[in-house]
Design a protein around this ligand. Structure first.
Ligand code: ADP
Ligand code: MG
Length: 536
């Protein structure tokens, strides 16, 4: 089946086409191409599903503008949305679809003065966009009259269900004439949504735009095995590692969002929290700061993050893995947009393993295991950055205000000590390894591993007592660091110049990987720090 390729072909009026041109919409998105003709004609109910950011607002908003022709005293369409932010966004977006004709469109939500809302409702509104709670409030006060409503739209229906609005919605529907036309839009289509559709829509048309690919190729998806207690350190490491870090950190609960934000703020990071308890004003201020990059980290719950439309995020961090694979897809869909590459990082503890497998399977995502940058690597990149910054400043030209002092200083001290002291003054302890905590991965317990593999190997390590490497160090690393337990002590030996461990192959790989990482520089110098040879 082919769908109209232009807005003209969809059958929109000249006025609306002009508005779209002004907005810079050149062609309809798939969900728009498929639902708009359906809504402009006839009277079937419609359930529309398409990913976030695919233009669902216009898919129902444009037909509403076209089909509501009279200016009446009471609302002719009611759109329900899960949050204030979304209600405002939808009202604003639909308002921009009209040029000459001025249907009155207003967002009605909690937290805003109810008296002012009552005044607006009295003056007359054609399209109401509201959060269920506040609409219900008005119904109880009899300050809103829905008896003239011809269209009911449930926007972000999945989210409204998640937030427990079902009963509110049902009560609202009781106040709307039975002949109303009902539209339901959602990014995901769990059974509960179809159930709601069946209950309230009789016969309906389902328009579902399946995204070809659930996740974008521009997003690199990795996970780090992190113990719950190390998550904060790991988060700081990720942020420190990328000077350009600009991302959203997702947590599953409000309390967790607050805790992480506070911890980040107390460590000097520019982070803000977004969740349902943040006031509307506050929220708008935060979003503005985030867009302006005055704040480069937003810690958020899923619902609160819905309204954020920022295209150039470098990172999405799953501080906690979501329970629902679709939520995972939504989260990571916020990076890798507009042709820019992004990274989605999930912190996965041992307890999360199954959840991760489930997400990978359902979301058809390839999430690769990766290593959190070590303290060494972090300091390495920081060094490079400092050198870049300083040389860049040198390139910027002579700093007359400082050149006299520079000469005085050079007369007093040798250049190396001088530059080093100045670096110390500007970068303080940034390069001091003692400032950072090494994080060991939270690996699957070796019992499980032992069941999976049988082959034992001998891992030779070219490090010995001469290198200050001791049996104690090695066994500590194996048992505490890598959680490989129960190796007989004869299988772990440290000599003067070398050491070995006899263990299962995957364990050997992990030890080797760790050794490479920890003693990276040595590897390069000695060519072969570790090698593995199979034991028969
Ligand atoms: P959804 O509700 O599906 O998440 P929105 O309706 O919020 O998506 O639209 C996402 C963004 O895309 C908005 O900024 C909107 O103005 C823009 N948009 C929608 N349709 C088009 C189009 N046909 N062409 C260009 N931009 C569009
Ligand atoms: Mg939407």
């Amino acid at each position: 089946m082919s769908f109209p390729k232009t807005f003209e072909e969809l059958g929109l009026s000249a006025d609306t086409l002009a508005a779209l041109q002004q907005k810079g919409f050149t062609e309809p998105s798939p969900i728009q191409a498929q639902t708009i003709p359906l809504l402009l004609a006839g009277d079937t109910d419609v359930v529309g599903q398409a990913q976030t950011g695919t233009g669902k607002t216009a898919a129902f908003g444009l037909p509403l503008i076209e089909r509501i022709t009279t200016i009446a005293d009471t609302p002719q369409a009611i759109i329900l949305a899960p949050t204030r932010e979304l209600a405002i966004q939808v009202a604003e977006e639909i308002n921009t679809f009209q040029t000459k004709r001025k249907l009155r469109i207003t967002a009605i939500y909690g937290g805003q003065s109810i008296v002012e809302q009552i005044r607006q409702l009295r003056r007359g509104i054609d399209i109401v966009v509201g959060t269920p709670g506040r609409i219900l409030d008005h119904l109880e006060r009899k300050t809103i009259n829905l008896s003239n409503v011809k269209f009911v739209v449930l926007d972000e229906a999945d989210e409204m269900l998640n937030m427990g609005f079902v009963e509110d919605i049902e009560t609202i529907l009781e106040h709307v004439p039975d002949e109303r036309r009902m539209l339901l839009f959602s990014a995901t289509m769990p059974d509960r949504i179809l159930q709601l559709a069946r209950n309230y829509m009789g016969t309906y048309k389902l328009v579902s735009v399946k995204s070809k690919q659930l996740t974008t190729e521009l997003t690199r998806q990795v996970y780090y095995e992190i113990k719950p207690n190390d998550k904060l350190t790991a988060l700081c490491r990720v942020i420190d590692f990328d000077v350009e870090f600009y991302g959203i950190v997702f947590c599953n609960t409000k309390a967790n969002v607050d805790e992480v934000t506070e911890q980040l703020a107390s460590r000097g990071y520019a982070a803000e929290a977004l969740h349902g308890d943040i006031s509307q004003n506050q929220r708008e201020r935060i979003l503005q700061k985030f867009k302006a990059k005055q704040v480069n980290i937003v810690v958020a719950t899923d619902v609160a993050a819905r309204g954020i439309d920022v295209n150039n995020l470098t990172h999405v961090i799953n501080y906690s893995l979501p329970h629902d694979p679709e939520v995972y897809v939504h989260r990571i869909g916020r990076t890798g947009r507009a042709g820019r590459e992004g990274t989605a990082i999930s912190f996965v503890s041992r307890a999360d393993r199954r959840k991760l497998d489930f997400i990978e399977k359902v979301a058809k995502a390839k999430i690769q295991r990766a290593q959190l940058p070590s303290v060494k690597e972090l300091i390495g990149t920081k060094k490079t950055r400092i050198i870049d910054e300083v040389l860049n400043e040198v390139k910027n030209g002579v700093h007359f205000t400082y050149s006299n002092i520079a000469e005085e200083l050079l007369a007093e001290s040798d250049p190396v000590s001088l530059v080093a002291s100045i670096l110390k003054l500007s970068y303080q302890n940034e390069l001091d390894p003692n400032n950072y905590i090494e994080v060991e991965p939270d690996l699957v317990s070796s019992k499980d591993d032992r069941k999976k593999t049988k082959k034992k190997v001998k891992l030779n390590i070219e490090l010995g007592r001469k290198d200050d490497f001791t049996f104690k160090k090695l066994i500590h690393l194996i048992e505490n660091g890598l959680r490989i337990k129960g190796l007989p002590s004869r299988d772990v030996q440290v000599f003067d110049r070398s050491s070995f461990v006899i263990c299962f192959e995957d364990e050997a790989n992990r030890i080797a990987e760790y050794m490479e990482r920890q003693y990276g520089k040595v590897t390069r110098q000695r060519k072969q720090l570790v090698y593995i040879s199979a034991v028969k």
